[in-house]
Design a protein around this ligand. Structure first.
Ligand SMILES: [Zn+2]
Length: 140
């Protein structure tokens, strides 16, 4: 079981400019609704892989969406699939946030990130215990 991994050093994509920089590859261009600027504005950063090239995650709630279509409007998709997201609930893009709202979004993203890591770690521990138990009973 490996608990120390790159996950623990997961980059926080709090700033829109950092999210924008994360889109090194993206199947859509500036002419499409779901261009990288609109994606970053709507809270998404790139988290795709070779086999899943259009995955993007929210920096605040962690929601991962893929299967984007050129006509999709990122903030509308975010609202539709993660209405509980604090960033969505505030309903403003980064440039319109007050300092207090920005700090509240930051707090929500950190709290959410920690909760997601706890859930992932619990799953890993449970899986490791299950594996250990099975190996133990095979021996005796
Ligand atoms: Zn979100």
């Amino acid at each position: 079981m490996e608990l120390e991994s790159s996950e623990t050093a997961e980059k926080i994509h709090l700033m829109e400019s950092h999210r924008l920089d994360s889109f090194k590859i993206w199947p859509f261009t500036a002419e499409n609704n779901c261009n990288i600027k609109s994606m970053a504005e709507a809270g998404f950063y790139y988290c795709g892989t070779e086999n899943d090239s259009d995955s993007a995650a929210c920096f605040c709630c962690g929601k991962v969406l893929n299967g984007w279509e050129s006509t999709d409007i990122p903030i509308d998709e975010h609202r539709k699939h993660a209405p509980q997201c604090f960033f969505v609930k505030i309903g403003k893009f980064e440039k319109d946030l007050t300092v207090e709202e920005f700090l509240r979004v930051f707090q929500a993203s950190i709290t959410g990130g920690i909760s997601r890591k706890i859930v992932k770690t619990r799953i890993k521990i449970r899986s490791a215990c299950h594996k250990f138990r099975n190996e133990f009973y095979k021996k005796f």
